[in-house]
Design a protein around this ligand. Structure first.
Ligand code: SAH
Length: 357
């Protein structure tokens, strides 16, 4: 049995056309399956009603279209929705759908857990379980399109659980699935890969000819401080990450979580602005979601605004990320952590959600 959802659209179509011919059908019968995989997905071969029943049965005997089990959903008053999917081996992953005007951004997971242990991140605290397969990453987008009514992504950010560049082999195929007109057909400029700065991954993304976007989790403007917040800085020091960003073919976004009293002082703004100027980066300041971050406090909105002004005044483009879904714990890893602790979500007063792109 061949899993069609682990293949790029080109490979899936090739296999399907060969299969059709091998079974005495015209090759185009195979191509007819394609829209049902990603663009207008259906849950099973039986539902591909534009195909003859006999051919659907043949397909079901030779190929699989694995589903992800939707275990929990939470909806915020502002429309943000968060989903917990259970994998076949019991691992759980999160996906968040964030509506914003005409846009619908999906924040998707690339690993179950994460090995990187950034000190403020809930996913880091749970440790690493395993890489997700292509069909488990792209499948998050497919599953939401299978809901009734469907939710269709216009934008994708790899800002859910995990480090996408540590699962590049799958992620590069997922990018193809998401972008290919025979896949989900989402424009490359609407797809953002976020990384702590895994250098080989940055290079590999830059080598893709499509205009996929790169976001870099910087979070500290000096090695000393970054080391304390992000252990990965030992392997990939800040200077190397900045060099890679400067060499990256396209415009890069810096992500910077504002940690009260830690990385939010005036001199940090100056240092950060200097780094951003070097690689012409756009800076995204992110209000801390306290849920995942024992021992940290959020910077006040006023202090974030001041920090932003300082950066803007030195000629760097900067935005403060909107907090959304304040009544559901939608930040990285929080739903899964919550279920493991069997605690109800924090109250709206104490719970601020991290919004994306
Ligand atoms: N591993 C990749 C992709 C995961 S997304 C990366 O780190 O870039 C990670 C993003 O989630 C980080 O950039 C950070 O902005 C955000 N994040 C994690 N924990 C957070 C928290 N407690 N509050 C706000 N943002 C958080």
């Amino acid at each position: 049995m061949l899993n069609l959802l682990d293949l790029t659209p080109t490979d899936a179509e090739f296999a399907l056309r060969e299969f059709a011919v091998a079974h005495g059908d015209a090759a185009y019968r195979g191509s007819q399956v394609m829209p049902h995989l990603w663009a207008k997905p259906v849950g099973s071969f039986g539902e591909m009603t534009d195909l003859p029943a006999a051919f659907r049965e043949l397909l079901a005997a030779h190929f699989t279209l694995p589903r992800l089990a939707l275990e929990t959903e939470q909806q915020s008053t502002d429309g943000t929705r968060k989903f917990l999917f259970r994998m076949h081996d019991g691992q759980a992953i999160e996906t968040v759908a964030i509506p914003d005007g005409e846009r619908m951004t999906f924040c998707i997971s690339s690993q179950a857990g994460c090995a990187l242990q950034c000190s403020f991140c809930a996913t880091g605290a749970m440790g690493f379980a395993r890489n997700l397969a292509v069909h488990e990453i792209a499948g998050q987008v497919r599953e939401l399109a299978l809901l009734n009514p469907p939710i269709r992504a216009t934008n994708i950010v790899f800002m859910g659980m995990g480090e996408p560049m540590m699962n590049w082999k799958a992620v590069t195929d997922v990018l193809t699935v998401l972008n290919d007109p025979k896949g989900c057909g989402i424009g490359a400029r609407h797809i953002t890969v976020s990384t702590v700065g895994i250098l080989p991954g940055i290079v590999a993304l830059g080598e893709r000819k499509e205009q996929f976007r790169l976001a870099l989790s910087i979070h500290a403007p000096s090695d000393d401080l970054r080391q304390k917040l992000m252990p990965v800085n030992t392997k990939y020091p800040l200077a190397d990450v900045i060099d890679a960003a400067a060499e990256f073919a396209r415009r890069v976004t810096f992500e910077y979580v504002m940690l009260g009293g830690v990385n939010d002082q005036a001199h940090h703004a100056d240092q950060l602005a200097a780094l951003a100027r070097r690689c012409k980066a756009f800076v995204n300041l992110i209000p801390l979601h306290p849920g995942g971050a024992l021992g940290f406090t959020p910077t006040s909105p006023e202090a974030i605004a001041k920090f932003a002004r300082k950066i803007r005044n030195s000629g760097v483009e900067v935005a403060i990320r909107k907090s959304r879904g304040i009544d559901i714990a939608a930040a990285c890893g929080q739903l899964r952590v919550e279920r493991q602790r069997r605690r109800p979500p924090a109250s709206p007063e104490h719970d601020r959600e991290v919004d994306v792109a």
